[in-house]
Design a protein around this ligand. Structure first.
Ligand code: GAR
Length: 200
């Protein structure tokens, strides 16, 4: 039996691509991506979904200005696709407790820093790398963790470091961190999918 995965995105979707590639290479175990949900209508991730024949849906602030309505729409889309597991792959919004509670221990997020450093409300995407460079850190990295009701506070599943190089810009550091994300996210998703199947 496959573990049905919905992937939530907001932007370029390189992590979504890494998950698709891993699935095609048989590296997601029994995990199967069945749906992509985007918080932005112009996300390139939607194109990646289309190219790979994965159904997608936009649930954004234009269609659902109220947080409660947007999260109800997300929950309903997850349930309609018989989702077993949710992956936040560059998803720039915070899920409400109603969604987190419905998928307790079955939602993972990838974050572009070494949690507990450089995380929490507002600390996402390029803001993270800018803050790491401003603090003259010697290293950064990526973290995959379970999503709970806090922001970036759930149990850490996997983490990998990268060096910050002299002369790094937000772009060069982001690219080095992304490379690591593309490795640890599919690995963690494959592992969690096996665990979910065991208890299903
Ligand atoms: C990734 O670096 C991801 O870790 C980060 O956004 C980028 C999305 O890239 N996510 C967050 O900051 C969430 N707090 P992608 O769209 O190419 O996968």
């Amino acid at each position: 039996m496959s573990i049905r995965i919905s992937v939530l995105v907001s932007g370029g979707g390189s992590n979504l691509q890494a998950l698709i590639d891993a699935q095609q290479a048989g590296l997601l175990g029994n995990g199967k991506i069945v749906q992509v949900i985007s918080s932005r209508a112009d996300a390139y991730a939607l194109k990646r979904a289309a190219i790979n024949g994965i159904p997608s849906i936009v649930i954004d602030k234009n269609r659902f200005p109220k947080d409660a309505d947007r999260n109800a729409a997300i929950l309903s889309a997850l349930q309609s696709a018989s989702t077993d597991m949710v992956v936040l792959a560059g998803y720039m919004s915070v899920l409400s407790p109603s969604v987190v509670g419905a998928y307790r221990n079955r939602i993972v997020n990838v974050h572009p820093a070494l949690i507990p450093k450089y995380c929490g409300m507002g600390m996402c995407g390029q803001h993270v790398h800018r803050a790491v460079l401003a603090a003259q850190e010697k290293e950064s990295g990526a973290t995959v963790h379970i999503v709970d009701e806090g922001v970036d506070t759930g149990r850490i599943l996997s983490q990998e470091r990268v060096p910050v190089m002299p002369g790094d810009t937000v772009e060069t550091l982001a690219a080095r961190v992304l490379e690591v994300e593309h490795k640890i996210l599919p690995a963690a998703v494959g592992q969690l999918a096996s665990e979910i199947e065991r208890i299903k």
